[in-house]
Design a protein. Structure first.
Ligand code: BEZ
Ligand code: FE
Length: 283
């Protein structure tokens, strides 16, 4: 039976066009997308000009993307979608360390460094000792965990944002835990920084009366065979942007102590233990 398009039946008419052999997950996802998109248009009643400006926004978002820039992920991040998808996929029992966004500045293949090594290669910023243990939910240490860490420099930029200005692998490294599950390295006390805001996402934030800043944080990606991968940050308490992180990445449990050290080798010390959850069978 032919079904012509009507305003009242719009989503049903579109979804009825799908063929009989569509893969079930794709059928579910696309029909929900069409239903929600049509319900959205029915709610906001866009004018033709508004629809054109939305298309223009998405076009510019795509055009600015390249090997070093992923504006669609930034859009997802600033709309809270990345954190929602992260939350859906990383529900964990109490006591386990919470996940947060990976962000665009992780780089595969950082050098593995010795315990206690200094990852700040540009010599800028206030030195900070980061140390703790990787543990299971029962408190037992996890040996052989890879703790991949990265942060901005004292001027608020990651090394990959300033090639040729910062040393390669500045403020990055991988530390592998021993039998005691411990990790330990020297970095800098991170500083808050704005996400790249010279593109369509930055323009949208400005029109929404939102700032582009992230509170100061150290990134951690912790992997160990037989354990769920942990993607997280630790945040510097007292940062002015903790409650208005532009990508909604802050969780109370991830605000870490940053203690001033008197007469030590570093100015700050930030102790933090990571608690992992066993991988589900097949992971
Ligand atoms: C980051 O923390 O590196 C980050 C996360 C999301 C968007 C931009 C930057
Ligand atoms: Fe970051």
């Amino acid at each position: 039976m032919t079904r012509f398009f009507t305003e009242a039946d719009s989503a049903d008419v579109v979804n009825a066009r799908m063929g009989p052999d569509v893969e079930p997950r794709l059928r579910d996802v696309m029909s929900a997308l069409v239903r929600h998109l049509h319900a959205f248009a029915k709610e906001v009643q866009p004018t033709q000009r508004e629809w054109e400006s939305a298309i223009d926004f998405l076009t510019r978002t795509g055009q600015i993307c390249g090997p070093e820039r992923q504006e669609f992920i930034l859009l997802s991040d600033t709309l809270g979608l990345s954190m929602l998808v992260d939350a859906i996929n990383n529900r964990r029992p109490p006591g386990a360390t919470e996940n947060t966004v990976l962000g665009p500045f992780h780089v595969e293949g950082a050098p593995e460094r010795a315990h206690g090594a200094n990852i700040s290669l540009d010599g800028k910023g206030e030195s900070c000792l980061f140390e703790g243990r990787v543990l299971g939910l029962d408190g037992a240490p996890i040996a052989g965990a890879r703790v991949d860490v990265w942060s901005d420099n004292a001027e608020g930029f990651y090394d990959v944002q300033q090639p040729g200005v910062q040393p390669k692998w500045n403020n990055r490294g991988i530390f592998v835990t021993g039998e005691d599950g411990a990790y330990r390295f020297v970095g800098i006390k991170p500083v808050s920084y704005p996400i790249p805001d010279d593109g369509p996402v930055g323009q949208l934030l400005a029109r929404l009366g939102r700032h582009p800043w992230r509170p100061a944080h150290m990134h951690f990606l912790v992997t160990a065979p037989g354990w769920q991968t942990l993607v997280t940050h630790t945040f510097v308490g007292g940062d002015p942007y903790l409650e208005s992180d532009t990508v909604f990445g802050v969780k109370q449990t991830l605000v870490a102590p940053f203690e001033r050290v008197e007469g030590g080798e570093t100015i700050w010390r930030s102790p933090f233990d990571f608690v992992l959850v066993p991988a589900a069978a097949g992971q």
